[in-house]
Design a binder for this molecule. Structure first.
Ligand SMILES: NC(=O)c1ccc[n+]([C@@H]2O[C@H](COP(=O)([O-])OP(=O)(O)OC[C@H]3O[C@@H](n4cnc5c(N)ncnc54)[C@H](O)[C@@H]3O)[C@@H](O)[C@H]2O)c1
Length: 331
């Protein structure tokens, strides 16, 4: 069972010796974070895992049944709390963020505070406490209005939403701390990550959980625009295995790295795959395209393959099957 600890407490890294590997996951009670905690506790090289999360979009329930993770409830904006959590860590996987384009349009300052200032707080805490490796989550949204496909890390970022700007700040600060202070850093650009634990029933839900929740309820699938926009969907299990490998091998790089595999599919194709797996046809409800959304997305995977030559991505169909199974168990 995951143990929960409040503030006013210093991580003791219970049962860990100096030789053991200790990992802090910020945002560890969120969708990717809670999947990552599950991966880390089964990674033989990792001995202790602490999840730091303010539970603003994540939840304790996401870590239910996970043995060996200590959940610390609090904010990355709280430097004193970071001074209790970071000492002794070998690596920090920094996922905590306000992770939504629409929310950033409603409150750009709040997005900036958590995603940009919060990242600085984490990096500063890392500097204060022995320079652990810091791996950060950036986003394909930084490519924004740049139409070139596939998206290569050398392309000029052209963010079109406050969220995308804040993620560019996240990765830029991390890499600048590598250059300026020698902090071992790695910045991944996640594309569209999907899988179990991804929340479906809120206004800012990502597209695959929104489709699956509606499909299983028998409601029309919400499609913004014509559905021919393309995305490079990445199964969360693949993302977590790359993140775990990055800390086990202390992988660093001076440039951001796409964490996706160049599988470019339209939303209509995803719907067809869901129809195939559910064995029935599904109705769609089309609405206006959303402000800040990009039309097409597809990663160049060259740098990822260079740094992680052994990675075996879970194919889209297989990832969808696992995600459908998880949604079916919920309902
Ligand atoms: N899911 C995707 O497709 C995707 C794509 C690109 C980038 N990302 C990035 O990956 C990371 C994880 O995203 P996710 O999809 O798991 O979202 P999520 O909302 O499930 O996870 C974010 C977590 O951060 C926590 N959090 C927010 N503000 C915090 C604060 N001030 N202090 C501590 N914790 C805080 C939330 O409670 C939540 O648990 C984010 O940085 C996001 O920007 C995700």
């Amino acid at each position: 069972m995951c143990s929960t600890l409040g503030t006013g407490w210093t991580v003791r890294w219970s049962n860990a010796s100096d030789a053991d590997m200790r990992v802090v996951v910020t945002g560890g009670a969120g969708f990717i974070g809670a999947n990552l905690c599950r991966t880390l506790v089964t990674t033989s090289e990792v001995d202790a895992v602490v999840a730091l999360d303010d539970l603003s979009t994540g939840s304790r329930a996401n870590l239910d049944g996970v043995e060996g993770v200590e959940l610390v409830e609090g904010s990355i904006l709280d430097a004193e709390l970071l001074d209790q959590v970071i000492p002794g860590a070998d690596a920090i996987i920094h996922l905590a963020a306000r992770p939504s384009v629409p929310r950033s349009l409603i409150d750009p300052m709040a997005t900036h505070r958590v995603n940009a200032t919060g990242t600085l707080e984490v990096l500063e805490a890392a500097r204060r406490h022995g320079d652990p490796q810091v791996v950060v989550a950036s986003s394909s949204s930084v490519y924004g209005a740049n139409p070139t496909l596939p998206k290569h890390e050398d392309m000029a970022p052209m963010p079109v939403s406050p969220y995308a700007v804040s993620k560019l700040a996240t990765e830029s600060y991390a890499l600048a701390y590598g250059h300026s202070f020698g902090l071992p850093t790695l910045a991944f650009r996640f594309f569209n990550v999907f899988g179990p634990l991804q929340a479906a029933d809120h206004a800012y839900a990502a597209v695959i959980p929104a489709f699956l929740a509606n499909a299983l309820r028998g409601d029309p699938l919400p499609v913004h625009g014509d559905g021919r926009q393309t995305r490079d969907f990445t199964y969360v299990g693949t993302v977590c295995s790359v993140l775990a490998d990055a800390v086990v091998r202390t992988v660093t790089d001076p440039r951001p790295v796409n964490l996706a595999f160049g599988t470019r599919v339209t939303l209509l194709e995803v719907i067809a795959l869901i129809e195939q797996q559910l064995g029935r046809s599904l109705e769609c409800a089309h609405s206006e395209s959303r402000a800040g959304d990009v039309r097409d997305s597809q990663a160049d995977q060259g740098n990822l393959r260079r740094l992680f030559p052994d990675v075996q991505p879970v194919p889209l169909e297989e990832g969808l099957r696992a995600t459908i199974n998880w949604f079916e168990e919920l309902s």
